[in-house]
Design a protein around this ligand. Structure first.
Ligand code: ADP
Ligand code: MN
Ligand code: MN
Ligand code: MN
Ligand code: MN
Length: 334
């Protein structure tokens, strides 16, 4: 007897990497081997030396195929077994290791938008616009909500896969939704977010719908899509001074973070639509117009976590968690 292993990896598409996957049939009981692919088709290698290596890093049950079948998130290596230049996970793991004693937790809010026939789901085709924003966020009813059957199927799939998905909600623009992963450590949350993204694309495919992480899918007076990143360390979960230390530290490295928070971030972080301008760092209690928000309950409790509202929906969570751990944990260590 055999089982199916779906090897999933992150490609070299510029400026925003995409997910790829292919299937390996394995004998029952066989361990997951390293595998390879044609890097010349994924912007990861020249045709004359096209082989890249897939090394399994995170395995979970495959909720689509069921049975003993598995999803195998893999990192990309060169043939000398060193990390490929596009392998951002390999840049995160030593930083996560360095600050492991601070016990960082992340909860990541993935916003995304469904598209059908080149239009956001719920937008009239072939042109024109739905009623302005105001009733869609957390809405209910066929005139306010589009794609719920896909969202529910995705939620169930993430739970069956054993991912730490913590919630879902309809967003501010029609066809726009969010799921949250975490809290979990920096590497685990990013691994699981990438698998949750793959499941989203794969399940929407069954419905003939494309899910996109475009940070500003519709220009004009429509909300963009973000990747709000909630963060705490053991110290921040115990007292308030470390919360402020983390916010101040993020302010000293604002430009470096913006650069790593996803392509086209200046189109989303305009200062409108619940964002702070990308060029000005700010933090505040309960402030959804700040770069970093301290939830009001955290100020009341005098401990908890902060929300970095800047990352784009299309950001790489390996990069986002590396930057935040590096910046905040370095400052908290002092
Ligand atoms: P928002 O009010 O911004 O929409 P959400 O409820 O969508 O917030 O997401 C909050 C996220 O923060 C969840 O994924 C949750 O698991 C996570 N979270 C809660 N407590 C912590 C913590 N102490 N450290 C890190 N993340 C946390
Ligand atoms: Mn071939
Ligand atoms: Mn949210
Ligand atoms: Mn949201
Ligand atoms: Mn949020």
């Amino acid at each position: 007897m055999t089982y199916k292993a779906e090897y999933i990896w992150i490609d070299g598409t510029e400026p925003t990497a995409r997910l790829r996957s292919k299937t390996k049939i394995l004998a029952d009981g066989a361990e997951l081997p390293t595998w390879g692919f044609d890097g010349s088709s994924t912007n990861q290698a020249p045709g004359k030396a096209s082989d890249c290596v897939l090394k399994p890093v995170f395995v979970c049950p495959d909720p689509i195929r069921g049975g003993d079948n598995v999803l195998v998130l893999s990192e990309v290596l060169l043939t000398d077994m060193t990390p490929h230049p596009t392998n951002t996970r390999a840049k995160l793991t030593p930083v996560a290791e360095q600050f492991a004693a601070q016990d960082s937790w992340f909860g990541i809010e993935q916003e995304y938008t469904f598209f059908k026939d080149g239009r956001p789901l719920g937008f009239p085709a072939p042109q024109g616009f739905p009623a302005p924003q105001g009733f869609y966020y957390c809405g209910v009813g066929a005139d306010e909500v589009y794609g719920r059957e896909i969202v529910e199927a995705h939620l169930d799939a993430c739970l069956e896969a054993g991912l730490a998905i913590s919630g879902i909600n309809a967003e501010v623009m029609p066809g726009q939704w969010e799921f949250q992963v975490g809290p979990a450590g920096p590497v685990a949350v990013a691994d699981q977010l990438w698998v949750a993204r793959w499941l989203l694309y794969r399940i929407a495919e069954e419905f003939g719908v494309a899910a996109t992480l475009d940070p500003k899918p519709v220009k004009g007076d429509w909300n963009g899509a973000g990747l709000h990143t909630n963060f705490s360390t053991q110290a921040m979960r115990s007292s308030y001074d470390p919360i402020i230390t983390a916010c101040e530290a993020l302010g000293t490295k604002a430009q470096e973070h913006i650069t790593g928070y996803g392509a086209d971030i200046e189109h989303r972080l305009t200062g409108m639509h619940e964002t702070a301008p990308w060029s000005e760092f700010s933090y505040g209690v309960s402030d959804r117009g700040a770069s970093v928000r301290i939830p009001w309950q955290v100020e009341v409790d005098k401990h908890g976590y902060i929300e970095d509202r800047r990352p784009n929906a299309n950001a790489d969570p390996y990069v986002v968690t590396r930057l935040i751990v590096d910046t905040c944990c370095s400052a908290l260590e002092k």
